[in-house]
Design a binder for this molecule. Sequence first.
Ligand SMILES: C[S@@+](CC[C@H](N)C(=O)[O-])C[C@H]1O[C@@H](n2cnc3c(N)ncnc32)[C@H](O)[C@@H]1O
Length: 247
Amino acid sequence: MSLRHHEIAEAGNRILSPLTYEKLRLLGELAAPEPGARHLDLACGKGELLATWARDHGTTGVGVDISKVFLDAARERAAELGVADRLRFERADAGAYEAGPDGYDLVTSLGATWIGGGLAGTLELMRRALRPGGTMIVGEAYWRSEPSDEACRELELERDDFTGLAGTNERFEAAGLELVEMVLADPDSWDRYMASQWRTISDWLRANPGHQDAPDMRDFLRHARTSHLAHGRDLLGWGAFVLRPAI
Ligand SMILES: C[S@@+](CC[C@H](N)C(=O)[O-])C[C@H]1O[C@@H](n2cnc3c(N)ncnc32)[C@H](O)[C@@H]1O
């Protein structure tokens, strides 16, 4: 899906992942950043994580994303929550982002592990931005059970793109990281995230029947709905994993 299509599909959401507001809040309590902690969020989307944690934990931070539409929404949300003076949003490719020499206390990236060419590469670029003693949180999908060839085809995924939860932990360990906490999406929050996009796209198609993007959006909607119902909701899980460099 192109960025433009993603922007249409996510128009009704502030959190662009299967985490609920409640789970995002819990994740903040578990990560427990200190007041004044410096937070870098790669592929920050509409900035809900940065803005609510700045409000709730007194953090400061930088959000990096390639979407102007999402970054405009992030700046608006930061202003709405009264934390605009503590956050900066930059339009850039997160895979090439240079974080500077000081490093961040907290480096997060939820739901965008393609920015580093997969989980291992994304963990590496997050770690480069981390100060010694800092915390990382990566959001990533995992297989809840072994997918069939047909399911992989329908979901447009390679079997190796993800692994089970234990295998995901092995991938963290191979990257020299210790998994210290996690907040998992549940089947209901997956369904909410996916189904909210169906309504948004359906509304958009009704409002824009002759738009040049309409045929692609119609195909995307049909495919997203059937692949989720037939395979994704049973096979895929998603979690936000709290990590520290291993000792
Ligand atoms: C699934 S959304 C997750 C957004 C956000 N982390 C959240 O949880 O709400 C993926 C995000 O990655 C952004 N993105 C995609 N490729 C990117 C890149 N190369 N550099 C920066 N952001 C990127 C998209 O614009 C989108 O905001």
